[in-house]
Structure formats: C-alpha cells, structure tokens
Design a protein around this ligand. Sequence first.
Ligand code: 5GP
Ligand code: ZN
Length: 146
Amino acid sequence: MTETDCIFCKIIAGELPSTKIYENDTTLAFMDIGPIAKGHVLVVPKKHREMITDTEPEILAGIMTVTKMVSQAQIDGMNADGVNITQANGAVAGQVVPHLHFHVIPRFKDDGVDFNWQAQNYSDNEEMIEFAEKIKKEFRQNDLKR
Ligand code: 5GP
Ligand code: ZN
C-alpha cells in the first residue's frame, strides 16, 4: 500500500472525514470509528510509515508524547480508571490498516473489555534464555537501524 491509497494518509490530508482530538506538525490523534471501548483514540504519524520498525526514533518520540497526552485526557475528561496502549505491526499481528497507529483505549472498572491475553509457558528457563539470546544478539550500541 502506498500513501495515495492509505486511508489514514487520506484522513491526515483531510480527504476523508475524521473526528480529530489533537494534532501538531508530526502527529495526529483522532477517534477510532470501531472503538473497543467508547473514547478509543488512534495516534498516527503524519508521514506514512507502516510499522514501528520502519519509523524514525524522533517520529516515535512525538507519537509517544501525544499518546501520553491522550491517555491523560481520557483519565481527566472521561474519568477513566486506566488506559491500554496497543499497537500491531504486520497482518499476522492483527494490523489491518498499514499506516502505523497506536490505539489508546480508556478503561473502567468492570468494563468487560477483553484482550484475550493468554499467558503461555517456556518449557524451562533455558528455553527462555535461548529466545532472549536471539533478540539480544541483534542489538548494537547506538544502532536503531533507522
Ligand atoms: P488495526 O487493526 O490495524 O490495529 O486497527 C485499525 C483501526 O482503524 C481499527 O480499530 C478500525 O476501527 C480503525 N479504522 C479503520 N478505518 C477507519 C477510518 O476510516 N476512520 C477511523 N477513524 N478509524 C478507522
Ligand atoms: Zn498512510
């Protein structure tokens, strides 16, 4: 998908309607039309980026700042008791719209929202360390790749 047929790029350009919450030079926050809970907001970079791994650290820093602002505003403005931040990268992870977005979901005591998060087990500590090593070996000092 390119910027020209990306629905979030069209929202950012004002070619598709949206209910905006906040914007600055780099970031837009707007209401999700299919909310997991009422008040569910999406925070997106204004530049088209698909996944977190495609996105420059400075852009991510701006997104996280706005994500914090939205979270605080949901707590203060909706009396939310808490907030979930979630974000999918790739279709296999459940990403439907291939323009990076952070979901900011207000939570209330006994709201019934269910992320169906089912914990699994490692067979033993060695297996966990094997996975840790696969991840750790990709880290380079001062190298975020973008
Ligand atoms: P994903 O599954 O990719 O993490 O989330 C995509 C989100 O975008 C969904 O929560 C969906 O409701 C929302 N969405 C899809 N199309 C539109 C749209 O045209 N406008 C708005 N405001 N949200 C959308
Ligand atoms: Zn886009």
